[in-house]
Design a protein around this ligand. Sequence first.
Ligand code: FAD
Ligand code: NAI
Length: 509
Amino acid sequence: RRTYAEVSPETQRVVKRRTWGFLKWTWRLTYLSAIGGTIYIGWGIYQGRTGWGAVSLLKKLDTENYNVIVVSPRNYFLFTPLLPSCTTGTIEHRSIMEPIRSFLRHKKAAVKYYEAECTKIDYENKMIYINDESEIKGSTSATEVPFDMLVVGVGAENATFGIPGVREHGCFLKEVPDAQKIRKRIMDCVETATFKDQSPEEVKRLLHMVVVGGGPTGVEFAGELQDFFENDLRKWIPEISNNFHVTLVEALPNVLPMFSKNLIEYTEQTFKEETIDIRTKTMVKRVEEKYIEAEYTDASGKKVLEKIPYGLLVWATGNALKPVVKDLMSQIPAQKDSRRGLFVNEYLVVKGTENIWAVGDCAIANYAPTAQVASQEGAFLARLFNQMAKTDSIETELAELSNVQEKAASKDLRDEAFGKIKDLQKRLRRVKNIGPFEYSHQGSLAYIGSEKAVADISWLTGNLATGGQLTYFFWRSAYLSMCFSTRNRILVIMDWAKTQVFGRDVSRE
Ligand code: FAD
Ligand code: NAI
């Protein structure tokens, strides 16, 4: 028998290729079965955590007690944590959407839904003004809806800090059309860069993917994009290999400021290995069609303005107020000092009002604007409203019984009514005894590319900070179990499996 070193180079190549192929397939099969296994773990930990803000409220609200109307221009719930995966086709966007109709139809009493945008909330007159922008009509239909109680859960819009050119030339990453636009733009850059007779500078520019904002959105997107390049683009379009490049620009000294220090270092190290360039302490000041102007401080302490050419620019610098929220704040004197959202009290009532509540990214309750906070706030409001309805019905019953007691003809009847009143009063005290909203932080998770994730998890009384491939399995299982429905979960698993076996689709549409 000859050893590996003794066989011809050609045979060595064949042996290497076959061994590598065998290992790859073993890895893929192990990986797919691991997904199956980890779903169960995730379920145990994250049971029942679905829907942000308004959706979480609607899911738990006992609609028999109220006449509920839902107004939103988006007729589906979007599972945002997996949205960065849609920009590269790791997951198809429909897999993380759940039609609002599908869960409204399961409610005990009918809930009305209007696909429309609320343009104004008239606090004094208890009225909201809504616009239906449906293309089918060709023109906007505007109307108004009166309310007794109002819950505002409109989220936030993308912050640009008034930097010129961002809206015109940058791509945001908040909604499904944003992810679709980015996916198309990546392929547009790649195909245009390989077009006949492009200058080397133009090829370099087109293949330079710039992400502004080193928060979790920017980091997760950069990781997904580098995966797309390493696993698929490089294979299908090898001529872009030397020029495709991802740069992450962040104004602060580090990325992921909300994570533990060791996880920040781990992320930055992983990005270095993935050849993603991180430009910290670099503030973008202006955006032009083909380049950004960014300011940084050089070694001598001098401020330098640098032009960075780009093909794709993804802008992920956090949240800003929606105009409808800004307008509502201007009507309420108690809100005049608020800049980031509606001030709410510990029962999520908008300060300065009695009948308006706010949940999620548009409310300021001293918590980060995350899905975790929004869904807990929504669930709290559902509990509060259900209790309020019970209180009303017990109070009505009590009033009736007092009447009966007063008019009772015999002592026995009076005693019987008295006993019932006592029971009801006890129930009323229990029902009224609902404490204020308390947020329970379960931890933060983020995908950082090359099948690695970071997690800061609240663990008993402490905190567990972990990063790597195991954390990546945890990330997947946690997000799978948090998906809105079983249908979503199955679609997401199928998308992951499809990507693993066939790779991502590089067609442009
Ligand atoms: P949204 O979920 O934004 O919902 C707002 C709703 O209001 C939408 O249906 C919208 O159509 C509707 N609406 C908007 N304007 C109007 C109007 N004028 N009239 C009527 N309706 C209106 N958080 C986490 O905790 N973990 C994560 O992993 C995570 N990943 C994320 C990834 C991405 C890419 C993004 C963008 C965010 C992520 N977040 C994550 C943050 C999380 O998505 C938000 O905090 C959460 O969506 C806030 O919920 P919300 O109910 O306030 O608003
Ligand atoms: P973010 O607010 O977390 O981060 C934005 C970053 O952009 C900041 O670090 C800021 O310094 C930087 N920045 C702002 N202007 C800049 C400029 N001109 N030039 C360079 N850098 C600039 O925003 P993000 O990532 O969009 O997240 C929004 C919210 O959603 C956060 O609360 C976040 O926690 C949550 N989220 C959570 C995720 C998770 O838990 N995995 C994933 C995505 C979002």
